[in-house]
Ligand binder design. Sequence first.
Ligand code: HEM
Length: 161
Amino acid sequence: MDFDGVEGLRAEGVTRVDGRTMLEHAGGRQRIKEFVECFHQAALDDDLLGEMFYRGKPAHTAHLAAFFEEIMGGRQGYTAHHDGVAGLFQAHAGLRITEEQRARFVELMMAAAVQAGLPSDERFRSALRARIEQGSRFSTVLSQDGASPLSPWPPVGTWDW
Ligand code: HEM
């Protein structure tokens, strides 16, 4: 399997800028919760993604928030409670995400970042876009027919920024 998308991840050690993790810089857990809620609503309303997310579980935003908290250097709740990268594999398996859907996903995430008031400084925004681009490519690979689990799965890790 092509693991394009794992680059930019750090397996250990959290990147701090001016002493702050990406999560702290973003405004903390509550701000991330607002960000994923904005994204989820936009995805539900979207012509390319709506059906895919409508079929999803209502817990999606909570899971997504746990994931972002962890990957931005906060608590490791997604690994502890949602099975880490194996859980991500399960969630995306069989979705057969197209390039058009992937690109729309990235645009809706970045629009949600603006809507939720995530920091607008260049360093944060460009890192967020780059990491979401990479992650979306990874999820797209996982979603295709024939994608097979890796053993062992890489850790969720944290984003370098
Ligand atoms: C940076 C890229 C991505 C990240 C971080 C991400 C993360 C997640 C997470 C954490 C979940 C919840 C999994 C669980 O239940 O534990 C999830 C589910 C899901 N994702 Fe993604 N994902 C990404 C890319 C994509 C893309 C590109 C698409 C489609 C265009 C997509 C569609 C979905 C769908 C439909 C679900 C299932 C919702 C549900 O049943 O709960 N994801 N994703």
